[in-house]
Design a binder for this molecule. Structure first.
Ligand SMILES: [Ca+2]
Ligand SMILES: [Ca+2]
Length: 147
């Protein structure tokens, strides 16, 4: 019997211009024993705004240790491009009751910084763009526990 596991999905949005999104964001966890459904990440209030840290609790069938995470959105809303600044996935495994916390390497993303009177220029931030002009709105990332 596999049972259900509750995952904590912890997502930061980067602190640069246009980082936020109002698109419908979904996540899919890919584990050693299977895949989760595509899970909408939506809670009360405005999700995924610049500099926000959003936490979602999702309960799904046990898929074993999570190996990959797919994050994607529907590109809806104004300026839907989203710069995800951090992502971690925590859960308590069904068998050993140990708490695990895994995350993907997001790398560095190009971004613009703006001052009150105009652009300051291009910069790089830790994160990953999910944007149609930055390699797409659907990305699958390998999860790891260290590094
Ligand atoms: Ca945006
Ligand atoms: Ca939003």
């Amino acid at each position: 019997m596999s049972g259900n596991i509750t995952y904590s999905i912890n997502i930061g949005t980067a602190d640069v211009d246009d980082a936020g999104t109002d698109a419908a964001v979904k996540i899919q966890l890919i584990g050693e024993k299977g895949k989760s459904p595509e899970i909408p990440l939506d809670k009360a209030g405005n999700d995924f705004e610049r500099k926000d840290f959003d936490v979602y609790k999702v309960t799904i069938d046990d898929i074993g240790d999570s190996k990959k995470v797919r994050v994607f959105h529907d590109n809806s809303g104004i300026a839907p491009g989203w710069c995800m600044g951090s992502l971690s996935i925590g859960w308590r495994s069904a068998d050993d009751r140990q708490y695990q916390n895994w995350w993907p390497e997001l790398g560095w993303a190009k971004a613009m910084r703006f001052a009150q009177h105009g652009p300051l220029g291009e910069t790089t931030v830790q994160g990953l763009w999910l944007a149609s002009d930055e390699g797409g709105t659907d990305k699958t990332l390998n999860l790891q526990t260290t590094g």
